[in-house]
Design a protein around this ligand. Structure first.
Ligand SMILES: *[C@@H]1O[C@H](CO)[C@@H](O)[C@H](O)[C@H]1NC(C)=O
Ligand SMILES: *[C@@H]1O[C@H](CO)[C@@H](O)[C@H](O)[C@H]1NC(C)=O
Ligand SMILES: *[C@@H]1O[C@H](CO)[C@@H](O)[C@H](O)[C@H]1NC(C)=O
Ligand SMILES: *[C@@H]1O[C@H](CO)[C@@H](O)[C@H](O)[C@H]1NC(C)=O
Ligand SMILES: *[C@@H]1O[C@H](CO)[C@@H](O)[C@H](O)[C@H]1NC(C)=O
Length: 480
């Protein structure tokens, strides 16, 4: 009899401890949730029933809504900080109400939309925060006037070191940025084991606007070392080529696979980026192969620039990295083992390779691709001098355009409400001014800011709702 009594006692004790500590935190969050909800309701039309679009941590769907757009397992752990509330607007007015009410209760607002978020900044924060999740606002309009299909060829070729990979990679640097505007040739470099030896595999994947005969002729002239043959190519429709970039096994399947919004796969991963402006010498490449093998698993992807990118001045849009760059480098490592040891191992690897690449890449600043978000290059901490900290990563992402972006930011959001670890900072001398004196009406600053942060295809809807006639969508990124 003694044992069951003791067990029951322990259970009760444990239950009490957990439930009382839980309710202590939950009470604070609950009252914030209640006042936030009241504010939302008074700022929206009652028929819209906005409360149905708001998830607190005790909502049954909270976890599935939060996880639905996590694509990096590093931020899918129990230790990852979670939002107090997630709001999932279906209308523009909900977005505005969310901004007003989050500001009112004094929480940080993280905004999650489409596209890459390699370092989780749209749904993770060290401060108490809400998530504004834009996944319901995703309509896209396509005007198909002319239904004729464009035929393209996707070619895949592999070379390992024994097969003159160094020569091929060297030559690729000269050809890929200069060749026909109809040809995009991506180079992938990956440490692999062949016959028990470590080596580097160089693969080229390419997309060409035209038929395979003309591609074979073009590359026979410009890049004979590749030995491209017609059998290496697949002639296919544009939509099939999109599917092939997404997943090469998709070739030939129904385009419906692209509609799957629940891939439920999140590797542990880290990405970094660089720009190369002068070809890396053959000696430099040979040295790089040794370092890649020494480092371990991290791969490199070289994405050629040139083409139309070369014709548009850096100052034309916020994104500055166009003319003058031969190619962009993506550093890429994925792993499957959970836990801090694997995390440390792979994070150290990729940072070492990044450091080894220093002599070959852009300098002053060492330019970085915004869409491969990388918190290693500097972060803005809450309450600190945002301009000084923001300048560290800001010039790398935006080069000279950074100064102009800071001016815009300071004009439309002087309080720096819309912020994340790497957002555009405000100028220091106006940082303490309130929005009331500097920005005109609150709703005006809000609508301007939305244009800056929303994914291109969503912003189109906002544009149509005549919020910012001057918005220009960045060019679509392929899956990379
Ligand atoms: C490798 O390069 C050497 C010298 O440039 C050349 O003689 C040889 O044919 C090449 N091998 C291959 C497989 O391309
Ligand atoms: C690679 O492996 C093969 C077969 O095991 C061996 O004969 C060859 O010497 C190795 N090459 C190098 C460079 O170690
Ligand atoms: C072309 O597509 C076929 C199947 O549709 C596939 O077997 C072949 O490997 C593809 N070739 C390339 C180069 O991707
Ligand atoms: C995130 O973690 C949960 C719990 O371990 C798991 O069930 C879920 O599949 C993970 N999400 C993804 C996208 O891998
Ligand atoms: C986006 O625009 C389309 C067409 O104008 C409209 O049907 C849709 O409701 C809009 N979406 C939002 C969220 O306003």
């Amino acid at each position: 009899m003694a044992k069951p009594t003791l067990l029951a006692f322990l259970l009760i004790l444990i239950f009490n401890i957990t439930s009382s500590s839980f309710s202590a935190t939950a009470a604070g969050d609950d009252s914030v949730y209640e006042s936030f909800l009241q504010c939302l309701e008074s700022n929206t039309n009652p028929q819209e029933e906005i409360s149905k679009l708001v998830y607190s941590q005790s909502s049954t769907s909270y976890t599935s809504v939060l996880r639905a757009y996590i694509r990096n397992a590093r931020y899918n752990t129990s230790a990852t900080p979670k939002p107090v509330v997630i709001v999932t607007p279906t209308q523009i007015s909900h977005v505005q109400a969310t901004v007003i009410c989050t500001k009112k209760v004094g929480y940080q607002l993280k905004i999650r939309s489409g596209g890459h978020d390699y370092d989780g900044i749209s749904y993770v924060s060290d401060m108490p925060f809400f998530v504004l999740d834009m996944f319901n606002l995703r309509s896209i309009e396509v005007n198909v006037n002319d239904e004729s299909a464009t035929v393209q060829a996707g070619a895949t070729l592999e070379r390992t070191l024994e097969q003159n990979a160094t020569d091929v990679v060297y030559k690729w640097q000269l050809v890929a940025p200069q060749t026909s505007n109809d040809l995009f040739m991506r180079m992938l470099l990956q440490p692999v084991t062949r016959n028990g030896n470590q080596t580097i595999r160089a693969s080229i994947v390419a997309l060409y606007l035209g038929n395979s005969d003309s591609l074979v002729a073009l590359l026979g002239k410009e890049f004979p070392e590749l030995g491209l043959k017609k059998e290496d190519c697949n002639e296919t429709s544009w939509i099939q080529s999109v599917m092939w970039w997404d997943e090469s096994q998709n070739l030939g399947k129904s385009p419906d696979v692209l509609l799957d919004r629940n891939p439920n796969d999140a590797n542990f991963l880290k990405r970094k980026s660089d720009y190369v402006q002068n070809p890396i010498s053959k000696d430099g490449l040979e040295w790089l192969w040794k370092k890649m093998i020494e480092v371990g698993k991290t791969g490199l992807v070289f994405n050629p620039y040139g083409g139309r990118m070369n014709e548009i001045p850096a100052s034309e849009t916020p994104f500055p990295h166009r003319a003058g760059n031969l190619f962009k480098v993506q550093y890429s490592v994925n792993w499957e083992e959970a836990g801090s040891e694997a995390d440390k191992n792979f994070m150290t690897q990729i940072r070492r390779l990044y450091s080894y690449m220093t002599p070959f890449v852009s300098k002053n600043p060492r330019s970085t691709y915004l869409n491969y978000r990388d918190l290693d290059i500097g972060v803005m901490e809450a309450g600190k001098d945002s301009f000084e900290q923001g300048s560290v990563y800001g010039y790398k992402y935006f080069n000279d355009n950074f100064d102009r972006l800071v001016k815009v930011k300071t004009a439309v959001d002087p309080e720096n409400f819309f912020r994340n670890e790497q957002s555009i900072p405000t100028l220091p001398n106006v940082e303490h001014d309130s929005g009331v004196t500097a920005g005109g009406s609150t709703s005006r600053s809000i609508s301007s800011m939305l244009i800056l942060i929303i994914h291109p295809h969503k912003a189109q809807n906002l544009t149509r709702m005549k919020r910012s006639p001057r918005h220009r969508s960045p060019s679509p990124a392929s899956k990379d």
